[in-house]
Ligand binder design. Sequence first.
Ligand code: 3PG
Length: 216
Amino acid sequence: MTMTAKQEKLAALFKAATVIPVLTIERLEDAVPLARALVAGGVRTLEVTLRTPVAADAAKAMISEVPEAIVGIGTILNPADLARAEALGAKFGISPGGTPDLLKAAAGSALPFAPGIATASELMQALAFGFDLAKFFPAEQAGGIKGLRALGGPFPNVRFCPTGGVGEANAATWLAEPNVLAVGGSWLCPTAEVKAGNWAGITAICQRTLKSLKAG
Ligand code: 3PG
């Protein structure tokens, strides 16, 4: 697949998703009920972060047992993480940043991939490897909407998925930006709800968020 085709595939996926939950799974047994709860709430595109020892197995379980979910891998920090994501059968990969090694590996891989950027130089590095769709991270902390708009000046063709500090209260504002395809964040699956196994509560958060975005 060409780089352009890969980027467009990811852009379509993000656009259809609108909101992407960033999942940090501590207990393997939570993976499947959590994915089912999110899907039931209308949220199908999920980012499973490689931040816990069970992350890869959690993603694997979601992929095999919740076919309606579109499972991507997040917190990809190096080429080895990228290879893990590919081997798991993830649909996409996301990183909080982008080293030359990682960007090179991702450009050469078939996995649609969004590197993370917070500055113009980081974005220029990503663009040098062909990535014109990036995670803007940490979105609120790295300048918020004003920061993103400023980056849109020199880089009018770059599309973003802002993540970090995005939640129910500001998701719509971010999504109203013309260069924002989707927003990501952990607000859709609060740790307390996961710990308590409150799957209905997570479904309700997803439904409420999607409803408020539609109304806006
Ligand atoms: C991420 O990795 O994308 C962030 O940790 C998510 O940020 P949030 O917890 O502020 O949503």
